[in-house]
Design a protein. Structure first.
Ligand code: ZN
Length: 307
């Protein structure tokens, strides 16, 4: 049994078929955790879809109406890069509900993971790059509205810059956003995060980990969050089809452990989301995401949250 909860729903799969975005990975991560006895059935929680009221804490009424009715313009469809379907909409609302549940459980247990989400390219009024709804922003706004937290930090290690995150929280002194990503990659433009760590093409484990460590130390010197949301992309992996960095699987696991260790040292609860992952071999993407959960288990066991 794990020392924290995993949030999962079979509706996370968008059923995109042969698309480069392997949304079946959510099920494969869940199955791998169970098959390898890394998690037990009772470790899993099943989320409810987010209420529209929660989605509207971040997104415009117009965008929510368009998504629900399927009336997206041709330009909006192209930017989103995944076809509209009722399954896709249900998966987005479930991802947001899952991140709300993970945030709430993280605040109680120190850690929690939503085995989906991290939809960091979604803006308040449009979607981009496979992301229609910003589940992490919805969860943070809901926790703030409930009075459960005031200050949150987002640490985004997906290979792609967190443009939606930066746009949503730009100028908000209660939410610190850190993005470490490949500079010469989607998205363009990149609105400024609180701290952007722009990496050169081909950056490998050692340089990556040194830059991330410096960035985290700086972030925690400047800001004390009650909740840290981790957007743990698998796509900085050297075999990723949409990434141009050169991290190894062990390097990615060290990355995760570094983020969780720093969060613990600074008494922040950690809610994990998975984000991108497009490795040539889907098994690698699944392994990288499973390793994120194992890194959380290791840190949660080794370093209890100070009260
Ligand atoms: Zn990505």
């Amino acid at each position: 049994m794990l020392p924290f909860k995993l949030v999962y729903h079979e509706g996370y799969d968008l059923h995109l078929g042969a698309h480069v975005f392997p949304s079946q990975k959510y099920r494969l991560v869940q199955e791998a955790l169970l098959r390898r006895s890394l998690a037990a059935p009772e470790d899993f929680l099943r989320p409810e879809p987010a209420a529209d009221e929660d989605i509207l804490l971040v997104h415009s009424r117009e965008w929510v109406r368009k998504l629900k009715s399927g009336r997206l313009s041709a330009v909006e469809m192209i930017r989103l890069e995944i076809p509209w379907s009722q399954e896709m909409i249900d998966a987005c609302w479930l991802a947001a509900g899952g991140s709300i549940l993970a945030a709430r459980r993280a605040l109680g247990d120190g850690f929690a993971a939503n085995l989906a989400g991290g939809l960091h390219h979604a803006y308040p009024d449009h979607g981009e790059g496979f992301c229609a709804i910003h589940d992490v922003a919805v969860a943070i706004r809901r926790m703030q509205r409930d009075g459960a937290i005031k200050k949150a930090m987002i640490v985004d290690t997906d290979v792609h810059h967190g443009n939606g995150t930066a746009a949503i929280f730009g100028g908000d002194e209660d939410v610190y956003t850190l993005s470490i990503h490949q500079e010469n990659n989607y998205p363009y433009p990149k609105p400024p995060s609180t701290l952007d760590l722009h990496l050169a093409d081909g950056t490998g484990d050692d340089d990556y980990l040194a830059i991330l460590e410096k960035g985290l130390l700086h972030a925690f010197q400047e800001f004390s969050p009650e909740l840290l949301f981790y957007i743990g992309g698998a796509d900085p992996f050297r075999e990723d089809q949409l990434g141009g960095l050169a991290l190894t699987i062990p390097g990615l696991a060290q990355r995760d452990a570094m983020v969780f260790d720093q969060a613990r040292r600074h008494c922040a609860a950690v809610a994990i989301t998975l984000a991108g992952g497009y490795a040539r071999d889907l098994k690698d993407t699944v392994q990288i995401h499973v390793n994120t959960i194992l890194a959380a288990r290791e840190i949660a066991t080794r370093r209890p949250l100070a009260s």
